[in-house]
Ligand binder design. Structure first.
Ligand code: PLP
Length: 394
């Protein structure tokens, strides 16, 4: 963790709620506007949609966690994604994206960006490096991938993708929402890392929030008064949210270890029972070795697993039994909560993909995505899970 002191030397940061900031002499104001003074140049702040001190502290903490030079936070993960893409791409430019990404990202890329912004997006299976290379033409500014993809849990070969992107004049942007602390994309060559802080980073499902990490030059460009997508589109994080999220980061490491440990044990036991399980911590996962080569030791393979029940009706029965009979977790979208969350991706968070796109991405109709929580004891949770499997007869 990075050391940040409160305004009066407190061990916790102060919350700066002001939307505007005073200067002691009038000469300073134009210097802030021209960018010769700023938060890192004389400690000067301008206006809450520009840098806010509390949000900036959280940004620096997330950047430290990602090994990035600088970071800043946003009102949601989606606003972080859209602001980064609009900073790097203009009309006529193009993006190459993994074909398995969060449904909201997919809709933004497939429908919104081409129709509204004139930015073309091509979707490629990121494990097929030849296909990625073939898609990288000279209009491509961004190669976009999720480190561990939602919901297929395919793992991105970040070093190879960074090499390919850079050889073709593009930047590698990685959404690391599923793998905080587990994978450090910037250490492997990524240029920009995005988080939905809504998920594991915050861990309590009480804030929608996002973060962007990268070079200082890039983050500053996003706050530019003339061309900055954060400054001009204004997806501003509330400083009170920044403070509360910063209070959850110190135990992120403990939480990730426990999420991963429980997901690993449940995945192994479900396999022993004869179920089809998707989890990168299992040796038969296609990216098991890749994740082992990329992952920071000690944090496991992540807190999300998939159980393929083959049919949507059975998947629904499974989730209803787990929630309503066994009190095992919640039938709800999202992930990274302290309790277990379950959803059928094909009909929820990946429903933005057509049947054909789902098929190409490997999103199966009976796949239940389980974000494994850490409440209760592991054995008690396993007993509940087994009961649900007995009830539905699998
Ligand atoms: N990225 C991933 C991988 C996600 O799963 C999600 C949401 O589920 C998002 C981004 C969007 O984040 P938010 O809901 O904070 O806007």
């Amino acid at each position: 963790m990075r050391h940040e002191f409160g305004e009066h030397g407190g061990v916790n940061m102060s919350i700066e709620t002001s939307t505007t900031f005073t200067v002691l002499d009038a000469e300073t104001m134009p210097e802030i506007f021209t960018g010769t003074r700023g938060p890192d140049m004389g400690g000067c702040y301008l206006y809450g949609r520009h840098f806010n001190p509390t949000v900036y502290v959280l940004g620096r903490q997330v950047a430290a966690l990602e090994g990035a030079e600088t970071g800043y936070c946003t009102a949601s993960g989606m606003s972080a994604i859209s602001a980064v893409i609009l900073q790097l791409c203009g009309t006529g430019d193009a993006v190459v994206s993994g074909n398995t990404v969060y449904g909201g990202t997919f809709a933004l890329f497939k429908e919104y960006l081409p129709a509204r912004m004139g930015i073309d997006v091509t979707f490629v299976d990121m494990s097929d490096l030849d296909a990625v290379e073939a898609a990288l033409n000279d209009r491509v500014r961004v190669l976009y991938v999720e480190s561990i993809a939602n919901p297929t849990l395919r793992v991105a070969d970040i070093p190879k993708l960074a090499e390919l992107a850079h050889a073709h004049g593009a930047q590698l942007v990685v959404d690391n929402t599923f793998a905080p602390l587990i994978v450090s994309p910037i250490q492997h060559g990524a240029d920009v890392v995005i988080h939905s802080l809504t998920k594991f980073m915050n861990g309590a499902s009480d804030y929608i929030a996002g973060a962007i990490c990268g070079s200082t030059e890039f983050i500053m460009s996003m706050m530019d008064l003339h061309q900055g997508s954060l400054m001009l589109l204004g997806p501003t994080m509330d400083p009170r949210a920044a403070y509360n999220i910063s209070m959850r980061l110190p135990h992120l490491a403990l939480r990730m270890k426990e999420h991963s440990h429980r997901a690993q044990v449940l995945a192994e036991r479900l396999v022993e029972r004869g179920l089809d399980v998707v989890y990168p911590g299992l040796p038969d996962h296609p990216d098991h070795a890749l994740l082992q080569s990329l992952a920071n030791p000690g944090y496991g393979a992540g807190g999300v697993l998939g159980v393929d029940l083959k049919e949507n009706a059975l998947a629904n029965q499974f989730m209803e039994t787990l929630q309503n009979r066994d009190k095992f977790g919640y039938m709800a979208v999202s992930l990274g909560y302290f309790d277990t969350l379950m959803s059928c991706s094909a009909t929820s968070t990946s429903s933005e993909l057509s049947e054909e796109d789902q098929k190409a991405a490997g999103i199966l109709p009976g796949l239940v995505r389980v974000s494994v929580g850490y409440t209760g004891s592991l054995e008690q949770r396993w007993a509940q899970l087994e009961d649900a499997l007995n009830v539905i007869g699998v």
